[in-house]
Design a protein around this ligand. Structure first.
Ligand code: PLP
Length: 425
């Protein structure tokens, strides 16, 4: 892990500071760029990290779970690649830039902890997961097992297969929050039948931030001969883990959420011996049957977005996965613990670090979460996400590494006003 000075240098922050704010680094307060640090409560460090972004500070963006902004030097790399692509696309984009993704594949494999021949670049988690969901051979009557908190698009994907091919989808209910690993594994296991062919589960659930015990479910399912597709849209680069910690067969994630990569970037992992049996979304030739790159056969596509993932990865590694995780959890705890001092506040997210990180879902009893979400935006320009699930409701709050304690305070003060006075001005 870099110390603070090395990291800020590595992301070119003094230059970024000049570009973004017009403030010359030599004019910054003495000592700001000096020394070690970067603990979760080191506001000087996180202030500098925040300056790597070009975010709008007239509003408070606590919906980083939806899609994240990229640091300026990631945006710059993407623009650079796009400009170069446009100078002579058949040559510059196809012959010069496209092959560069192989170097990036190797770097991503290092970060994820797998072989580079098991990683494909996609446009988002939806594409990664649908490759697995639609490319897996299933027959009429075969069952797929998932939860009723999996991502709606992924449930829709299997429901379409149900309508089209007659497969069956079983969606179990899990506790909110869920803090008992054995119970979660048991709930999955009890729903398995002799027709169950596949399991889809989230590593981190988007509506609550709940982290599920993937490794344990995978081990149970493997004993029963059932592969698991892991929806890691919210886990990769959010909290620290490597592929061996999951040991699943299929994993899909977005890179434009917690890696802060350009919008429209995602990653797919398929275990080497499973590649040949998984059909790509767009057809590929038989020669590519065993090649992970068959999942990248999508016709003409920009090279710029994917290559700029390299800068996002550099930012992530420079920050340090553990340090980032600690800060994200610190921010979540800061608002959640303050609001929990009020009787009517219910947290739909565990505070146990094994089961959550930077995302939290909070409900104020007696206040409808949709209008609360609108009120926060209309009255205070605070962005959160309203969540309505059959078993609970709340607003999802997801700050990021550029978020400040002032923003946390503004959010808490606004919610405390609602607790005391309702949705009034
Ligand atoms: C759990 C989960 N899975 C899949 C997705 C789809 O991600 P994308 O929109 O990047 O394809 C999301 C997006 O929010 C998600 O939260």
């Amino acid at each position: 892990m870099y110390d603070r000075r090395q990291f800020l240098g590595a992301i070119g922050l003094p230059a970024a500071a000049v570009a973004c704010t017009g403030v010359r680094p030599e004019l910054l307060p003495a000592g700001l760029l000096e020394g070690e640090g970067g603990g979760p409560d080191d506001e000087d460090f996180w202030f500098e990290v925040g300056r790597a972004f070009t975010v709008d500070r007239t509003l408070v963006n606590f919906n980083n779970g939806g899609v994240s902004p990229s640091p300026a030097f990631v945006q710059d790399a993407m623009k650079r690649h796009l400009d170069f692509s446009n100078s002579a696309p058949p040559y510059t984009m196809w012959r010069v830039l496209e092959p560069q993704r192989e170097g990036l594949r190797e770097r991503m494999a290092g970060a994820f902890g797998c072989d580079k021949e098991e990683l494909a670049f996609t446009r988002n988690a939806s594409e990664s997961l649908q490759i697995c969901q639609l490319g897996f051979d299933l027959e009429r009557g075969d069952e797929v097992l998932t939860t009723n908190q999996d991502y709606p698009r992924m449930l829709t994907t299997f429901r379409q297969r149900a309508r089209r091919e007659g497969i069956e989808l079983t969606a179990i209910s899990i506790p909110t929050p869920a803090e008992d690993t054995d119970e979660i594994v048991r709930l999955f296991e009890e729903a398995i039948t002799d027709r169950t062919r596949l399991i889809l589960m989230c590593h981190a659930i988007n509506i609550t931030g709940q982290i599920l015990p993937v490794r344990e479910v995978v081990a149970m399912a493997r004993r029963r001969g059932i592969p698991v597709i892991v929806d890691g849209a919210h886990s990769f680069a959010h909290f620290a883990f490597k592929f061996p910690d999951l040991d699943c067969d299929y994993f899909g994630t977005s890179l434009h959420k917690w890696l802060f990569a350009p919008h429209g970037t995602g990653l797919l992992y398929v275990r080497k011996d499973k590649i040949a049996d998984l059909w790509p979304l767009m057809a590929a030739s038989e020669k590519q049957d065993h090649d992970i790159r068959k999942f990248e056969e999508i016709g003409t596509h920009p090279a710029a977005n994917t290559l700029a993932v390299g800068e996002a990865l550099t930012f992530h590694l420079g920050l340090g996965a553990e340090r980032k995780e600690a800060r994200l959890r610190y921010l979540r705890d800061a608002w959640a613990k303050r609001l929990l001092e009020h009787d009517r506040v219910r947290l739909n997210t565990s505070l146990d670090p094994r089961f959550s990180c930077g995302i939290g879902n909070v409900q104020i009893e007696g206040v409808d979460s949709g209008p609360l979400n609108s009120w926060l935006w209309n009255e205070h320009r605070i962005l959160t996400t309203p969540i309505y699930h059959a078993e609970f409701e709340g607003i999802r709050v997801s700050p990021s590494v550029y978020s400040t304690m002032e923003e946390i305070d503004r959010f808490c003060t606004a919610v405390e006003h609602v607790i005391a006075h309702g949705l009034t001005s």
